[in-house]
Write a protein that binds this ligand. Structure first.
Ligand SMILES: [Ca+2]
Ligand SMILES: [Ca+2]
Length: 163
């Protein structure tokens, strides 16, 4: 290989590093319906707080569920994205950390306006369940309050700018 060829190959290699944007796993994992864009974490589980912070870090927010239709679509997304067997959970941003029994979406500060709680939930078991997740209860899927430090998959969302 002569020197010119070596230089061309070297330049091409450097160019490939600096001229092409890196492939973003997150960009290719986005799902859209209605006016929202969702990212569901499928590799690493995290507790509620780390899930919340991860979504902020990628300029999204931990998911809110604003309608029964959105609930059903998110259940579809969960089922096709992660292992969602009996007992599995996926974090949302709802929490009653501020006032026991009064769940708000931490991402927006707004109260919940959908009622998809599983039977007998929220039960605040051991007086220590303050974060809400989708849960597969076997014959039904709905919301459960669980301990915030439980490690689950989670969903981030983004909405169009209100500006
Ligand atoms: Ca609670
Ligand atoms: Ca519970």
């Amino acid at each position: 290989m002569n020197c010119n060829l070596v230089l061309i190959v070297l330049a091409a290699c450097i160019g490939s590093i600096y001229c092409y944007p890196p492939t973003s796993d997150i960009q290719t994992s986005l799902h859209r319906f209605n006016n929202k864009t969702y990212y569901i974490e499928t590799l690493a589980k995290a507790d509620f707080y780390r899930s919340f912070m991860f979504c902020q870090k990628i300029n999204m927010r931990l998911v809110t569920v604003d309608s029964n239709e959105e609930f059903e679509k998110l259940v579809e997304l969960i089922k096709k994205s992660v292992s969602f067997t009996h007992g599995a959970e996926v974090w949302t941003s709802a929490t009653d950390l501020s006032v026991e029994g009064s769940f708000l979406w931490m991402s927006t500060g707004l109260p919940m306006n959908v009622d998809k709680w599983l039977p007998k939930e929220p039960n605040n078991a051991a007086n220590s369940e303050h974060c809400m997740a989708f849960r597969n209860e076997g014959d039904t899927i709905g919301f459960n309050d669980n301990k915030c430090w439980t490690e689950n998959y989670f969903i981030c969302e983004s909405v169009p700018s209100q500006c």
